[in-house]
Design a protein around this ligand. Structure first.
Ligand code: FAD
Length: 323
């Protein structure tokens, strides 16, 4: 038995984000006798098609047009609908990113289809596709079985795991001569990018050094940044730190910020409110540094250091420098 699966690439600065490859490898496992379709949307995205094939796409649809350079829901919905109508996949996978979170429900509503958001695992059980997703701000997990009809899934980055690319994989590239109606398209005005100093994308970072209200000031983030530089990590923050004006909201992790799943999350001066845990509790290893031994963050931490972050963080930085 098989099912056709369409994976929509998440492209950032001309590169496929890791979550795209994670989805593709998972789709190849689940498709059985069915076909894995990849869709590259944007401008100058065609050169990515080969990488898409090496990672398991059997047919890569390329929608490469200047008008698609910046995301607008109207144009992207038109493109994806044309591919869905043509290929009739049973499942469409998107990243649980800013674009995927906007695009998936628009598509699901258009097809009156179901959607599972923020999947962290996708398995096959008794012939049905089952997605695991967090609920109640990450306090519990639920399993959702997909119907056999068309369904949409958004996938949380860093959870499905990367497979090996295989240069001997064969696939075809279809340049979609798509018709995009320019009537009533929203206009993209500008993008404001908060650059990470280490160049590491927070939502896909393998290591995150995160600061809370305990850092006490914008300057208080400096030792965290130094540790992040040594570890090639991204810097994140609690909403407490953002609200206090110590850092930009682009760094906020949690229920109303970014959801992250790094291999290592180092929480410095963060109390561990439920809304913060919602964004980071599925990190593989959590280290908490807090001067209050009763801080709730220690309940989810794998390693806890009770102490002043301004003493502990520089010590860690010096130790890691030696490795
Ligand atoms: P605090 O709770 O003030 O904790 C600071 C910690 O620093 C304390 O534990 C203290 O012991 C420790 N500390 C102080 N000085 C030092 C030192 N020198 N060394 C070591 N430790 C020190 N929060 C989020 O983070 N993300 C969200 O997305 C989010 N969404 C929210 C949505 C809603 C609807 C609501 C109501 C709240 C939301 N919050 C969110 C806010 C959340 O409830 C907390 O208020 C916030 O997470 C607290 O941030 P904090 O841990 O940095 O600050």
């Amino acid at each position: 038995m098989g099912r056709d699966i369409l994976v929509i690439a998440d492209v950032k600065n001309g590169k496929l984000r890791n979550v795209s490859l994670e989805m593709l490898h998972k789709a190849a496992q689940l498709a059985g006798d069915g076909k894995v379709h990849g869709l590259l949307i944007g401008s100058q995205v065609k050169p990515l098609a080969e990488e898409w094939i090496r990672n398991g796409a059997k047919r890569v649809h390329v929608a490469d047009q200047e008008i698609l350079k910046d995301y607008t829901p109207d144009a992207y919905v038109q493109v994806v609908c044309q591919i869905i109508d043509k290929e009739q996949p049973g499942i469409v996978m998107l990243a649980h990113s800013a674009i995927g979170r906007d695009l998936a429900p628009a598509l699901a509503a258009k097809y009156q289809a179901g959607q599972v958001s923020d999947a962290i695992a996708i398995t096959e059980e008794d012939g049905r596709i089952v997605c695991t997703r967090p609920i109640y701000a990450g306090k519990a997990y639920t399993k959702v079985a997909l119907p056999t009809e068309l369904s949409f899934i958004t996938v949380r980055p860093n959870n499905l795991g990367l497979g090996e690319a295989d240069g001997s994989n064969l696939g075809e590239v279809v340049e979609s001569g798509l018709d995009i109606s320019k009537d009533s398209l929203r206009t993209f005005i500008r993008e404001v990018v908060q650059k990470s100093t280490t160049g590491v994308d927070l939502s896909e970072a393998k290591i995150i050094v995160s600061g809370g209200r305990g850092v006490k000031s914008a300057d208080g983030f400096a030792p965290l940044q130094q540790l992040a530089d040594v570890l090639q990590a991204a810097v994140g923050a609690s909403r407490g730190a953002c609200d206090a004006g110590y850092c930009d909201y682009a760094l906020q992790i949690g229920q109303t910020g970014k959801v992250v799943t790094p291999d290592l999350y180092i929480a410095c001066g963060i109390s561990g409110a439920i809304q913060h845990l919602a964004g980071m509790s599925s990190s593989k290893v959590i280290v908490a540094i807090n001067k209050d031994p009763e801080a709730p963050i220690f309940k989810v931490a794998d390693y806890g250091i009770v102490g002043d972050l301004f003493a502990v963080v520089p010590m860690l930085t010096e130790e890691f420098k030696r490795l």
